[in-house]
Design a protein around this ligand. Sequence first.
Ligand code: SF4
Ligand code: SF4
Length: 266
Amino acid sequence: MEIFTEHVNGIMIHKITIGHIHESGCTGCLAALMDNYQGIFTILDKYADLVYGLTLVDVRKIPKMDVALIEGSVCIQDKLATDEVREVRDKSSVVIAIGGCACSGNITRFDRGGQQNQPQHESFVPVSDLIDVDIFVPACAPTPEALRNVCVMTYLLLRGNDEQKALAGMYLKPLMDLARSPYGSKASFNTLMQEVINLGLCMGCGSCAAACPVRAITMEYGKPQGLRDLCVNCGACFSQCPRSFFDHELMEHHEQIMGMLKAVMQ
Ligand code: SF4
Ligand code: SF4
């Protein structure tokens, strides 16, 4: 694997290689990533080389890379798309699903054909239905800061010193757990009820109701109520709830982790 080595402010930097893979979605995640402005330039300047990305990099053959950011769900009637994600998995050390479509299918699960250009496309599935995914970054779209933080923490996990690796691991663990969870892309409203609401973790933010593509969740007196007959088990509410991946150890080290992130991004 190619590793680029440079000096930045007198510090030896071993860059990682990173790619952005665009499947079916609205491109909102890429827009969020680019909304980091200076942050994205700092990352690309100091820590990562972008080696693959539709419209961003003039490379047609998927290269080997350290980190693949996959955005969008995958049409299972589109052989090019299914082959592409499998090839990306084979050639990447870490695969990160960014956004609700890649993590849970989101609203693309409800596409049932009728697209003008490719009417044969009927079924869209989350990336994790086809390949092993290492990290989920849910939400529609994730915030620019969340995407930046995950990129930086993944860099530190791969190239940091022992302390940085430990802190980055703590930051990423809930998102890794979410990717491995049997609920990850297949939760129902009942999962949200059992794993979040009944444990007293709900803070009434309404993200679950906003995420539900069939409006099976309403907010009553600041708490989510489910219309279970409507629920189609898409998992969007669970994967986009900020408390479904709540982690006590992470909270205890929050200041230390944020301090490290600030130092790295300076
Ligand atoms: S309640 Fe809505 S978002 Fe949650 S799993 Fe059911 S359909 Fe999906
Ligand atoms: S997204 Fe999670 S924390 Fe927010 S209202 Fe729904 S269950 Fe509660």
